[in-house]
Design a protein around this ligand. Structure first.
Ligand code: ZN
Ligand code: ZN
Length: 254
């Protein structure tokens, strides 16, 4: 009984934080999109209905993400997780910050790539993943627009890692920030990074909006979340959606 109330409070608090973070970041980037890159897409009424659907599914996802995150937060306060805090002492402790953040991102990316690929099998797609692809083209509000079964699959990875793989709380917050940032920008329908970044080592290693946009356009390619590694290994990397780079000085080669 003594643990149930803190767990419930943690889950409610994290759900509120995830939802508020979603409104703040998606709302800002949706407004920026309206100003900088208004899309000649579906009629306004259809667009409005699509955004309403994206927000409704995303709020359900906030609850599904918030519950395990809140439970881990409550356990952390009781020393029951692998999350630690305090000033790092020594070079190894400092190097552990980026190393653990990268390890978390890579683990999440690995899980996402293979489950995402599996969700594109016709029988699974209709039941699980069609919700995310119902947005044509997606908007910044589609960052967490997933069917609840898909949200469940995405919500458990980082909390489970936090129980067993040591990570500093600052590195964990960095991971959550990257997760939010990528989820929003990759659905805006325009490339936010400069051309030389997309064409350089960054765009060759990291998934940028024009990379994930091609997944929403062509479906059976570019399944990754953060890195292009698994798409390259799995033979599913098809480079960028060229139309998002059309306003750039020159297109990078894939
Ligand atoms: Zn997507
Ligand atoms: Zn997909």
């Amino acid at each position: 009984m003594s643990l149930i109330l803190p767990l419930l409070a943690g889950a409610a608090l994290m759900t509120a934080i995830v939802a508020l973070r979603y409104f703040a970041v998606s709302g800002t980037m949706a407004a920026l999109t309206l100003c900088l890159h208004p899309i000649a897409g579906p009629a306004p009424a259809r667009r409005r209905a699509q955004v309403q659907r994206e927000i409704a599914w995303s709020l359900l996802a906030a609850l599904i993400y918030g519950i395990p995150a809140g439970i881990v937060g409550a356990l952390w306060q009781r020393g029951g997780t692998a999350i630690y805090a305090g000033n790092p002492h020594g070079i190894v402790a400092w190097l552990a910050l980026p190393a653990s953040a990268l390890a978390y991102l890579f683990a999440h990316d690995t899980w996402f790539y293979w489950t995402h690929r599996w969700m594109h099998r016709p029988a699974v797609f209709a039941r699980v993943h069609a919700v995310h692809h119902a947005s044509k083209p997606p908007t910044a509000w589609a960052a967490m627009s997933f069917h609840w079964t898909e949200s469940l699959s995405g919500a458990v990875v980082v909390p489970l890692l936090a129980l067993v793989v040591p990570i500093h709380v600052a590195a964990l917050l960095t991971v959550l920030t990257v997760m939010t940032w990528n989820g929003v920008i990759n659905h805006m329908g325009w490339e936010i990074y400069p051309r030389r970044w997309v064409a350089g080592w960054f765009g060759r290693a990291v998934i940028t909006p024009s990379h994930h946009h091609l997944h929403h356009r062509d479906y059976r390619c570019n399944y990754g979340l953060y890195f292009r590694f698994w798409d390259r290994v799995g033979g599913t990397d098809r480079g960028w959606a060229r139309e998002l780079l059309a306003d750039r000085v020159a297109e990078p080669a894939a």
